[in-house]
Design a protein around this ligand. Sequence first.
Ligand code: XMP
Length: 328
Amino acid sequence: MNPNKRPEDMERIVTAEQAEAFIEKSVAEVRKQVGDAGVLLALSGGVDSSVVAALLIKAIGEQLLAVHVNHGLMREGESEEVVRVFRDELGANLVYVDAADRFLDKLAGVSDPETKRKIIGAEFIEVFDEEARKAAEGNVRFLAQGTIYPDILESDGVKAHHNVGGLPEGMEFELVEPVKFLYKDEVRVIGRALGLPSSMVDRQPFPGPGLGVRCLGAITRDRLEALRKADAIFREEIVAAGIGDSIWQYFTVVPDMRATGVRDEKRLYAWPVILRAVNTVDAMTATVPKIDWAVLEKVTTRILSEVDGVCRVAYDLTPKPVGTIEWE
Ligand code: XMP
């Protein structure tokens, strides 16, 4: 039997009852696999790692050591929510690493998108490795991962690469992958059954490099802050308009250029904010939703009055192809 093939008799998990049955079975399997050893998990706050964290908290409580690395490129309130839900509400043994300065220092002056991605990825591995080393000095012997079935299928059935990249030499962790046979919709059903909030379970996709690829060109702290605030306003208004569930991904982008504006009868030279929203099935092609004009106007008014350094708002009408979903 191929250990990376979903068992043929495994039924699709749709209902809460099916979720409960899966959770019960999975809890027993994890307990059997790890015994009294510790389990390390990189908890980004994405759907998959959040569901694995909630499942492991149920299975092994404080034997789970969850590490949340804030790379300074998270959306507004995101890291705080990870801490609130997992540490305060679920009682997780959570290490919060504020690595924003480390990431932003490494990224200073770097404008090439792929170089930015590489720096963010490499720095993430470095920060997580430091935590893994500390954990391995204790009783931590396992590494949990939010691998899901499409990750395995995309890697041709070969063991999925773990999201955190390589671990330092000499550290042998056995993998714990409790949702590796599940599809995304099933992972969400499990997450709901475990009591995770909708803001986590139904979250739109967010790229690993985060706001780093939406603050175009060389990232500066002031432009990053404007981007974060504008993004929060756009998300808030989309949800308030009741259309959050009908748009696959929506966010803002701030280019590394300025445009002319006028405020209080004085000319100013400030950043534009670009609103980007797409609908897609597989992210390979995408269309642009016809967001109601009144919603776009409200977002524009709020961004112009609430976000410092911004004098213009544009809505990107470009489908994919030709434009990719992200701007970098
Ligand atoms: P593009 O821009 O290629 O995006 O049309 C397709 C989907 O992939 C996401 N994306 C990324 N996700 N790391 C990620 O984890 C990345 O570097 C990255 N770049 C793009 C993007 O948000 C969209 O959902």
